[in-house]
Design a protein around this ligand. Sequence first.
Ligand code: B1M
Length: 207
Amino acid sequence: MAINDIFQAVLTFDEAKVKELTQAEVDAGSDIDSVLNDGLISAMDEVGAKFSAGELFVPEMLMAAQAMKGGLEILKPLLGSGATESKGTVVIGTVKGDLHDIGKNLVSMMMEGAGFNVVDLGVDVDAEKFVQAAKDNNAAVVALSALLTTTMPAMEATVNAIKEAGISAKTIIGGAPVTQAFADQINADGYSDDAPSAVELARKLMA
Ligand code: B1M
């Protein structure tokens, strides 16, 4: 019941309540996997489904992600300690020359909400930094964001650098000017047009 309350609190964007309820579950010694998967992650899955159905929009998705993050911060020290299993590492960033980060942050938060270990490199990230981070963190997926047509070539440079470095991580790309055709052209492993579908894509590529 209390875990369902966490689910509802995320869906009503109530960060304070998510934190309070999550802390109460931790204090009560509840199963962390269940708090994460049935409380926080399923709520974000629901948010993703509502977004895809046109029932929620970007600002609401950001508020839900922020509320989910409140709970995740409480669970984080317990994650990776054997209490629960990470679903794999995603290295994410906005490519070189590009300072737009709202969409990238949303993807990052949704990835975290889905249980992935996320290494967020921020904005204006060059190819070498992506390669190094993918190596250092044994990334399963490297996610690239670009909002400018002028920075799309930096995606190609990054995808090439990752492949040339012999890293097995899958590369996925997104951002307003990016298309599936562009992903095919630069040999990226996948493209998604919004945050929930980026999560689905990462899940598929890691399966
Ligand atoms: Co800029 N900007 N901007 N801007 N900006 C755009 C992108 C632009 C379309 C505006 C316009 O002219 N109509 C235009 C680009 C034109 C083009 O290249 N075709 C533009 C421009 C030109 C510029 C500057 C060059 C302006 C100037 O200085 N002359 C400059 C560039 C700076 C730089 O990056 N070097 C610039 C600067 C800025 C601000 C700093 C002022 C600010 C950014 C603040 C920030 O991000 N912290 C800004 C903003 C806010 C925008 C608009 C208004 C909004 C972008 C946004 O956050 N959207 C934008 C116009 C618009 O889109 N209406 C515009 C909301 C966000 C949730 O959507 O990022 O698309 P989005 O993310 C989506 C999906 O794309 C997807 O998921 C998200 C939703 O679920 N997605 C991914 C994103 N990344 C993904 C990665 C994935 C998967 C999915 O990985 C697998």
